[in-house]
Design a protein around this ligand. Structure first.
Ligand code: EPZ
Length: 422
């Protein structure tokens, strides 16, 4: 099993260009099947999840190539609307194919993506939204078949501003007859990016980024060229890594407006910033300060996908901090691993009480999910001694060769790949 071996204690320094956003590229790749022809997408990161999405598109009859940070998808050869169960089992985001396949073929077969390490991850809001547009849904075991001779525009109110449900309903409504208005929609930047991609193909959508999105149905869409936004979660991860190592790093090709709540919290911890256009300079010369209370919530509040990483910074801060996780019920699995590195964290229901310690120590730890894995890598960069991070396939799902990203900033980090005989 591959591992990361990290020597801690070196301040990060230098410049890094932030790669494209996984959580924008995935729904955009799924949406590409709605327009027949060749799409060219740039700033697409080379991640395990992207590879699975391209595999799914190929299994539906598309041709898809990934070279450098560019992907071409040829969708005119697509013939199937049945997403293979095996591939669905590898990645929850395969659920994003529901809206696009229903819009293109009038039917789609998918499988319950099931829960993951961070929570139950239901899809009831996705299904309710598609039903409101006129889809008929049959569930047999974990198999879900949706059909619709034609989709009709509707007024839809989401019980919770779910990112995935907002994106699936938005895609399905693009070619529905009439107007769809989606209330209490999620407002994440990745949803704005999806709206911009769909509109570049010829859709007629307004309001993404606000809690009300209006989709006026169109008859057809055309393939397009499109550039994916930068990954704000990768950028946030680098900001925290720079801070915990008391380093000074410059991030380029990033959108500071996507990180307002994150920068606000880090400033409260004493982290310093200089922001100019798509460049952020970050430094943290002194020991971080405790932050009284952080609550993860839908955008534009503090993102759950940076909760674990910021917990590492607070585990080295001067004083007691509290983080309340309101999005996922099982997103504190990194706490036990951080405690093995000497952190002092107590969890009570959905809150973590973090009493800062002067230092962390190297240990052998396990990534339990994508962002928990990133947090352990950050902790290892600050720790005294050597840390071995295992189960790193979780990290590869969302970071494009994290060891190269960080060694480019002066970290001592190596990927260890066992030779077959061992
Ligand atoms: C997206 O997941 C992101 N994934 C997640 O990032 C991110 O954590 C999450 O949004 C919240 O910001 C992608 O974009 C690919 P939700 P998604 O639907 O769409 C409940 C990462 O680390 N819910 O907003 O699955 C659900 O159980 C990943 O990159 C229902 O109850 O998130 C959860 O508690 C992890 N019914 C909450 O809403 C539904 O039908 C938020 O889920 C849908 C969701």
């Amino acid at each position: 099993m591959e591992k990361l071996v990290i020597e801690g204690g070196r301040p990060l320094s230098g410049t890094i260009q932030i790669h494209g956003a996984k959580n924008a590229a995935l729904p955009i790749l799924a949406a590409s099947i709605m327009a027949s022809g060749t799409h060219k997408l740039s700033n697409v990161p080379d991640l395990l999840d992207i590879q699975v999405m391209l595999e799914i598109l190929r299994s539906l009859g598309c041709q898809a190539e990934h070279y450098g940070d560019t992907v071409t998808v040829q969708t005119s050869t697509a013939y199937s609307s049945h997403v293979p169960e095996e591939l669905m089992g590898q990645m929850r985001s395969s659920i994003f194919l529901m809206g696009p396949l229903l819009a293109r073929f009038g039917s789609v077969t998918v499988y319950q993506p099931g829960g993951c390490a961070i929570g139950e991850r239901k899809i009831d809001l996705h299904l309710k939204g598609l039903q409101a547009l006129g889809a008929k849904i049959e569930e047999t075991g974990n198999r879900i078949v949706c059909t619709a001779d034609s989709l009709q525009g509707a007024e839809i109110v989401l019980d919770f501003p779910s990112v995935g449900a907002t994106e699936n309903i938005m895609m399905a409504a693009v070619m529905a007859e009439g107007v769809t208005t989606l209330y209490n929609a999620a407002r994440e930047p990745e949803i704005q990016d999806l709206q911009n991609f769909l509109n570049t193909m010829g859709a007629d959508i307004i309001g993404a980024g606000t809690d009300t999105i209006t989709i006026s149905g169109v008859r057809s869409l055309s393939p397009c060229l499109y550039r994916i936004i930068p990954d704000r979660i990768v950028a946030g991860t680098v900001l925290v890594a720079a801070a915990v190592t008391k380093g000074g790093v410059t991030l380029e090709r990033v959108n500071p407006a996507h990180l307002t709540s994150v920068i606000h919290v880090l400033r409260r911890a004493g982290v310093q910033f200089a922001i100019d256009g798509d460049i952020i300079q970050v430094s943290c010369p002194t020991r971080p300060k405790a932050v009284e209370r952080i609550v993860t919530s839908p955008h534009p509040s503090f993102p759950t996908d940076l909760q674990a990483q910021v917990m590492v910074l607070l585990s080295l801060a001067d004083g007691l901090s509290v983080i309340k996780e309101t999005i996922f019920e099982g997103r504190f699995k990194h706490v036990d691993e951080l405690s093995r590195m000497g952190a002092d964290i107590r969890v009570d229901l959905s809150s973590a009480f973090i009493r800062g310690v002067p230092r962390l120590y190297g240990a052998t730890v396990e990534a339990t999910d994508l962002r928990a894995g990133a947090a352990l890598v950050i902790a290892a960069l600050a720790a005294h001694g050597t840390t071995i991070v295992e189960q790193i396939h979780h990290i590869d799902r969302g970071y494009d060769r994290i060891e190269e990203m960080l060694s480019g900033l002066g970290a001592t980090i190596k990927r260890y790949t066992p030779v077959p005989s061992e």
